[in-house]
Write a protein that binds this ligand. Structure first.
Ligand code: FUC
Length: 807
């Protein structure tokens, strides 16, 4: 018998209390880190990052600051944002015409005609190293532990040597904009503190030792472009003796030593100069330090942990296992070798680490997370540690909304908006078109031109893809002010570009992108699937945004174009989703980019329920491409399989990622280290448990069998809803929805097919209706709504087998 009934508030409160506190939120190791990429532990406040090594006698904190980039304005040979002085529009139009007439062009041919070597593109830089040497000792080290506490946002090191115990802790504060380290010992400490910078910059160092504090000031400018930087360090012992020793500070005494570091540049995210003429980096760093010192260490530490925990503790995943007792490197190495509880513990830790990394590498007031988040130790990092916009930057922000971390997204929005001014020049230069566009990759200085990497350089759909993040923020938050003021103008500009640039395809008169290139794969053609799917997604979103913004004329223009647009959704001869308009797919290709499934994720045009044939074709494509791949590609595939409602396959991809593409410090490796995989997988794990891309909150769309029981708390669904859910072998057992806006909510869950309870707390009794597994009700902002499974057939079978076991 089916039944729905209201639970009493008392029962409701009881249910709410059953979500257990997430654990598995500490990465820990029993030895110091020898290797930056593989072992050191990242801390950060979005702008400043540091890698903690935890050496016994010598500590190294390798420091980064988001804006320290070579290249751009001030570079020798000038800077042109990657745009040649002469218009490229005729060359692009010529290739477009040939392609529309049926020609194909190899990537190399296209790059010869349209490509251009990077011109003063620059690289993200290391800011230097804070080096604190203690006294070397031959005594054995015991009880060593190096850890990263994700709940507190603090890295710690502790060990015993000889008669003394040592403890250090490190964090980078967002509210106070300083890096803080603390050296505690039960014995005497002899420390030598200095700051080392790479030799591609000028450097002026000053050391002043006073009675109670000593200061190291380091400043200079990058030789490549004159960008100024400054580091200010204060050594603040509770007692003892300080002295200057060349470019170092010496400390000797029996007390705790606190070190605070501030780092600034005169970079400004503003076209076209990217410099802040009003900022003297040294003065700015001194101000940061002065304010933090005045607050005192305990207050700065408390403010940091409160700020970090306010974001981090919002979401709690529990996969039903206790905290693992293994050090994290061994836990990872043992993954998949038969201990299911240990495997779940690592998955939970990895999920938490992804959320931690986003908080640590993306906070308001700085550049967005780059290919390495905020961490970099090189002057020539892989791929310049830049912003690749043919998947990577976008993937970094996939968890921002669903993992309830919208506070990490402002840097992305600021950055995309800063691309509009140069992006307009790119639209004119390459297409003689209005609006704005960007190609494959960009830097801190609004680089919007093409490069000459044949198999990737052509990606004019990047702006349209980036615009999706603005619209998604609106969908998740329901913030119409944001939509009108920020999303709409940006989306309109991206759409104006495509309204002007799309061409009629002589094959069928449909509107197509030409030249079009499926990222890193395939020949140049007209109308490759990904190009079409991205433009369709932009148009759908922009038409909806135009209606909210009240520009009906623009909405109608887009509707008309949508009516003629090739949607890039074709099923080919071996049942696959076609990557190109012509059926060219090679069933043997295992290429890592599966760009033509954009419409499955992060788009929403392919869905196993709404478009089952296309979903089956997407599955065919994914089967052919295989599950073995590089880090971010596996992460994307977790999301694909989750969207196909195949939890076990999504989990298989996650397992592959943890086994083959994860370093001992749990960083994702392409290889090399690329942070996108961490973020993509974190988002994918949420997609496995809850989805909301079609106006319904779908509970457990892709729960793998391996996740027998558990709960997740605090995740976000589109429509401004916070979701908690609990499950066991019989499926979802409890769902709690906390809407932030009034309006109709639709929830889909298998539990609605059986006996269930529907309860609420706060607000008025909602009107509700149920159709199959879908419950619709009028939600009130601030209310709490609960669904609870009651005695399903599966529950009875489980109960019977339990009592059989008991007898
Ligand atoms: C994507 C990958 C590349 C590289 C780059 C940063 O374009 O296909 O291999 O990882 O990102």
């Amino acid at each position: 018998m089916r039944q729905s009934r209201r639970l009493t508030s008392c029962a409701v409160l009881l249910l709410a209390g059953t979500f257990v506190r997430a654990d598995n939120s500490v990465l820990w190791y029993d030895g110091p880190a020898a290797h930056w990429e593989q072992e050191a532990l990242p801390i950060g406040n979005g702008r400043i990052g540091a890698m903690v090594f935890g050496g016994v006698s010598a500590e190294r904190l390798q420091v980064s600051e988001k804006s320290l980039w070579t290249g751009g304005p001030g570079s020798e040979g000038g800077y042109d944002h990657g745009l040649l002085p002469a218009s490229q529009a005729a060359a692009v139009a010529d290739i477009s015409r040939q392609l529309l007439q049926g020609a194909t062009l190899t990537a190399e041919e296209a790059a010869r005609k349209l490509g251009r070597p990077m011109h003063n593109y620059g690289d993200y830089q290391s800011f230097g190293d804070l080096l604190v040497d203690g006294e070397a000792s031959t005594e054995p080290v015991v009880d060593y532990r190096r850890e990263l506490d994700l709940d507190a946002g603090v890295a710690r090191v502790r060990f015993k040597q000889g008669m003394a115990g040592y403890r250090r802790s490190f964090f980078v504060s967002h509210p106070d904009q300083v890096l803080v380290g603390r050296w505690v010992s039960t014995g005497t400490q002899n420390l030598r503190v200095r700051y080392a910078v790479p030799d591609n910059r000028s450097v002026h160092t000053q050391v002043i030792a006073g009675e109670t504090s000593a200061r190291i000031s380091v400043s200079g400018a990058l030789k490549a472009n004159g960008l100024r930087y400054a580091v200010e360090i204060l050594v603040l012992p509770d007692c003892g003796r300080l002295s200057a020793d060349g470019d170092a500070v010496r400390y000797e005494g029996d007390c705790t030593v606190t070190i605070m570091l501030a780092a600034r540049t005169n970079y400004l995210l503003r076209f076209p100069d990217y410099r802040n003429a009003d900022v003297d980096p040294t003065r700015a760093a001194i101000q940061d330090l002065a304010a933090a010192v005045k607050r005192t260490y305990p207050v700065v530490a408390q403010r940091h942990t409160a700020d970090h925990a306010a974001l981090f503790s919002r979401v709690q995943l529990d996969l039903g296992v206790p905290r693992s007792k293994l050090p994290t490197d061994r836990l990872r190495a043992a993954y998949g070798s038969g201990d299911a509880a240990a495997d779940r513990a690592l998955e939970q830790l990895y999920f938490n680490f992804g959320r931690y990394l986003l908080i640590a590498s993306s906070r308001a007031g700085t550049l967005p997370a780059n290919l390495q988040g905020v961490w970099n130790d090189k002057d020539k990092p892989p791929w310049n540690a830049d912003y690749h916009v043919n998947i990577n930057l976008q993937m970094n922000y996939w968890p921002a909304e669903s993992a309830n971390l919208a506070e990490t997204a402002p840097p992305l929005f600021d950055f995309i908006e800063s691309l509009v001014a140069p992006g307009k020049l790119a639209a004119q230069n390459y297409f003689n078109a209005p609006g704005w566009t960007v190609f494959l990759n960009t830097n801190a200085y609004g680089y919007v031109g093409v490069i000459d990497w044949p198999t990737a350089f052509w990606q004019p759909e990047a702006a349209a893809w980036l615009a999706q993040h603005f619209y998604e923020h609106y969908l998740f938050s329901g913030d119409t002010e944001f939509l009108k003021k920020r999303a709409w103008p940006l989306m309109r500009g991206a759409a104006e570009f495509w309204l002007a640039v799309l061409a009629a395809d002589p094959r069928d008169d449909k509107l197509v992108v030409s030249p079009s290139y499926s990222p890193e794969h395939g020949p140049f053609t007209a109308g490759a699937a990904m190009s079409q799917q991205i433009v369709a997604d932009l148009f759908e979103n922009t038409a909806a945004a135009a209606r909210v913004a009240g520009d009906m004329a623009f909405a109608r223009r887009i509707d008309a174009a949508l009516g003629r647009l090739d949607r890039g959704l074709r099923i080919g001869k071996w049942g696959q989703l076609q990557e190109w308009k012509a059926d060219l797919d090679d069933p043997k290709s295992d290429h890592r980019h599966v760009s033509h499934l954009f419409a499955l994720h992060p788009g929403r045009a392919i869905d196993p329920v709404k478009t089952p044939d296309l979903a089956a074709a997407a599955r065919k494509t994914l089967d052919a491409r295989g599950d073995a791949s590089t880090g971010w590609s596996r992460a994307w595939k977790i999301n694909f399989w989750a969207r196909l409602h195949d939890g076990d396959r999504a989990h298989k991809l996650l397992a592959g990622l943890l086994r083959d593409s994860t370093l001992p410090n749990l960083w994702d490796t392409h290889p090399p280290f690329q942070i996108d995989g961490n973020f993509g997988a974190t988002a994918g794990m949420i997609e496995m448990l809850m989805q909301s891309q079609h106006g319904e909150i779908v509970i457990l769309p892709a729960r793998p069998a391996a996740w027998e029981q558990g709960s997740i708390k605090g995740i976000r669904a589109r429509g401004n809803v916070t979701v908690d859910l609990q499950w066991d072998r019989c499926g979802a057992s409890v769902v709690e929805l906390r809407p932030g806006s009034d309006g109709a909510l639709k929830v889909r869950s298998d539990m609605l097919g059986g006996e269930y309870g529907f309860g609420y707390e706060g607000g008025k009794t909602p009107q509700f209706s149920r159709e199959g597994n879908l419950l619709t009700f009028m939600a009130r902002r601030g209310g709490k709504y609960f669904l609870k499974r009651v005695n399903s057939h599966c529950d009875q079978v489980e109960e019977a087998s339990r009592s059989k076991e008991a007898h």
